[in-house]
Write a protein that binds this ligand. Structure first.
Ligand SMILES: [Zn+2]
Length: 66
């Protein structure tokens, strides 16, 4: 049984909550979406997940913003 690979890394990004540049844990996640009103079929969307290591704020951002 192989462990699920999690490409987690940290990098400095601006945090609006901290109002400064902080270290963020960054990882990618593929989400399957079926209830998107813009697409009437199931789609797998890559999301970029970031978590501020300063305040703990989590954000997810769809990567292919068409
Ligand atoms: Zn923060």
């Amino acid at each position: 049984m192989a462990a699920k690979e999690r490409s987690s890394q940290t990098m400095n990004e601006w945090c609006m909550t901290c109002d400064r540049e902080t270290e963020h844990a960054v990882s990618l996640e593929i989400r399957t979406e079926g209830s998107n009103p813009k697409t009437d079929h199931y789609s797998r969307e890559p999301y970029r997940l970031t978590r501020c290591l300063g305040c703990g704020e989590r954000r997810s951002q769809r990567m292919n913003n068409a």
